[in-house]
Design a protein. Structure first.
Lengths: 310, 282
């Protein structure tokens, strides 16, 4: 009896299984709704506006009157715009400083706090605490610190650096770097988290083996650990590059791009052109430049990542 | 022989001897701002902003909460919450539905859809800002709290779909197949099988989404106009120009705005960190 039942049910079971598979390929209508809702939101609020930004960038428009087609006029204007030039230069400095220092500090903290031991959890939490504050709040914290004869100057005085006190946010040659420190303070925790994840995935046996072979700490770091972090490096690099191209809140809150364009970044320049000067076409051209820089960097890093995979 | 006993001890304490001061310096911006926020205005005028506190008062906090001419920070914190809660629920619901469809069914061109979503997630907000403000105006929702909610749900879709897609793809195919054979509908597979399994990821993403939405500045300042609708970020921005010389009030305002996200972090620290890792590694 049992044998017969088995013979009968087996093919039936197989048939049902096959049906199940084919149902996965034949997509139920409700699944199109599932996919559609989110895709429509993305298309409506991201893809369509992006296309529009490209279109606006070829027009002259104050937001009220008619758009006037000017072809590449806005882009030609950018070439001769000293404020845009300053913003581009500052953003390059920002990219190198913000990217390089966030990456270095994040890696150093991750290496220092990688091994589980007493107190590590508290140290880690304190390092990434700034990450949960909004950039507006971060800006206000640092603004308090930077105020003339404020806490930072008092600390410098107290440790005997009396001559070092500065107008941190109003000196044109200094302001960008003062902002940079605040922005890095906010970013380092994120980078550290990513490196901690990367370190967790490294092979501890390799480090042990090299230790047995007599490699010292620095050698182990340079030749064993860092090569294994290659993929994380690229991800971190992509994140800090994108974040440095979208930096806006912290600058807008602390200096608004001033004094006299001394802390002008691309996104700040774009925002000023769009919402203070109502040059929407021109602002869109700056937005397109930001878009192209972002995509360019990401494409470059992704191609490196694909090569690293092979 | 005694070397062996004190050397590891020194090693251990060397770690703390370095990390404790480093973390203390790291937290100085927070410590100083909290210190200033509890000082009285006269104390700051007399002893300087950088002086050690000689007074303790919550006057700065009450001034920020009443916020003459700005609607008060209580209202702003409420607006932030009204924006944040529906945004987080909306974006996680829609993105998990999309990720479910993309990871469990052979949607034609799904790789292209995921790639487009990923690119959308990488874009700086500035790229879409001008058209988005125009669209908000023509929809008639300019200066309504629904505007930043819709914009942020749309703008967040890419990131959350991408992360959840990566997460759901790792779940064994057999799970859903078995449910299909038992005649479960796609909705019930999504809700009763997949969603409970991705709950850890969802918790992390929800905590992240909440802090990010709560901290949004650029979409709020571009789509809202009056102090009755401003979330706390925009409120603080206007507040610091209005109260430019009352540093204790500004500091108190900043601390108040930092508290909700700091609380989320303290409660959901583990989930948030794993959420961040998910976003990068998947």
């Amino acid at each position: 009896m049992a044998a017969v039942a088995g013979e009968v049910t087996a093919p039936l079971h197989r048939r049902r299984l096959r049906q199940g598979r084919s149902r996965l390929t034949r997509i139920p209508p409700i699944i199109w709704v599932f996919l559609g809702l989110g895709t429509v939101m993305e298309a409506f609020w991201v893809a369509w506006p992006t296309l529009n930004t490209f279109y606006y960038s070829f027009t002259q428009w104050d937001g009220i009157g008619k758009k006037v087609w000017v072809g590449l006029g806005n882009y030609r204007g950018l070439l001769h715009d000293p404020v845009f030039g300053k913003a581009l230069l500052d953003n390059c400095i920002w990219l190198v400083g913000f990217g390089g220092l966030s990456l270095s500090f994040g890696l150093i903290f991750a290496l220092a706090l990688d091994k589980p031991r007493r107190g590590v959890g508290v140290y880690r939490a304190l390092i990434y605490l700034p990450l949960v504050f909004s950039l507006v709040v971060t800006g206000l914290f640092w603004q308090t610190l930077y105020k003339p004869s404020g806490p930072l100057d008092s600390v410098l005085n107290a440790i005997g650096l009396r001559g070092v006190e500065q107008q941190w946010l109003t000196q044109p040659h200094l302001v960008l770097y003062s902002l940079l420190v605040a922005a890095i303070w906010h970013e380092v925790g994120y980078v550290m988290v990513l490196y901690l994840a990367g370190l967790k995935a490294t092979d501890p046996e390799l480090a042990q083996a090299s230790q047995v072979d007599g490699a010292n700490g620095l050698q182990r770091l340079a030749f064993v650990t860092l090569p294994q972090l290659r993929e994380v490096n690229l991800i971190v690099l992509a994140i800090v590059v994108i974040d440095s191209l979208r930096t806006f809140d912290i600058v807008w809150v602390m200096t608004g791009g001033g004094p006299n364009n001394a802390s002008q970044l691309l996104s700040v320049d774009m925002y000023t052109e769009a919402f203070t000067d109502l040059q929407l076409g021109y602002a869109s051209a700056i937005a397109v430049v930001i878009f192209l820089l972002t995509i360019g960097f990401v494409m470059f890093l992704v191609s490196r990542m694909v090569r690293a995979d092979r | 022989m005694p070397r062996r006993s004190w050397l590891p001890a020194l090693r251990r304490s060397r770690f703390h001897l370095i990390m404790t001061p480093v973390c203390f310096i790291w937290c100085l911006p927070i410590i100083f701002t909290v210190m200033v926020s509890f000082r009285s205005f006269t104390d700051i005028i007399e002893h300087g902003l950088g002086g050690l506190p000689r007074s303790f008062t919550t006057a700065g906090y009450s001034a920020a909460m009443s916020g003459v001419g700005t609607g008060g920070e209580g209202r702003a914190l409420l607006n932030s919450t009204i924006i944040t809660v529906p945004t987080v629920i909306g974006v996680l619901l829609l993105s998990s539905m999309a990720a479910f469809a993309l990871s469990r069914y052979r949607i034609p061109g799904r790789r292209a859809i995921v790639a487009i979503m990923l690119i959308g997630n990488l874009l700086p907000p500035q790229v879409v800002l001008v058209p988005v403000v125009r669209m908000v105006q023509s929809l008639g929702i300019f200066n309504h709290l629904i505007a930043p909610i819709l914009v942020q749900v749309g703008f967040g879709m890419g990131f959350y779909t991408f992360v959840l897609y990566g997460f759901m793809r790792t779940l064994p195919e057999a799970l859903t197949e078995a449910a299909h054979i038992d005649g479960a509908s796609p909705i019930s597979i999504y809700w009763h099988i997949i969603m409970p399994l991705v709950r850890p990821a969802l918790a992390g993403l929800a905590a992240l989404a909440a802090t990010w939405t709560f901290g949004d500045f650029i979409f709020a300042i571009s789509t809202l106009q009056s102090s009755s609708t401003f979330p706390v970020t925009v409120f603080l921005f206007n507040f610091q120009t209005l109260y430019a010389s009352s540093w204790n009030v500004i500091a108190a305002g900043a601390v108040l705005a930092a508290l909700p996200t700091a609380a989320i972090f303290l409660v959901f620290q583990r989930q948030m960190i794993s959420g961040l890792m998910l976003g990068a590694i998947k």
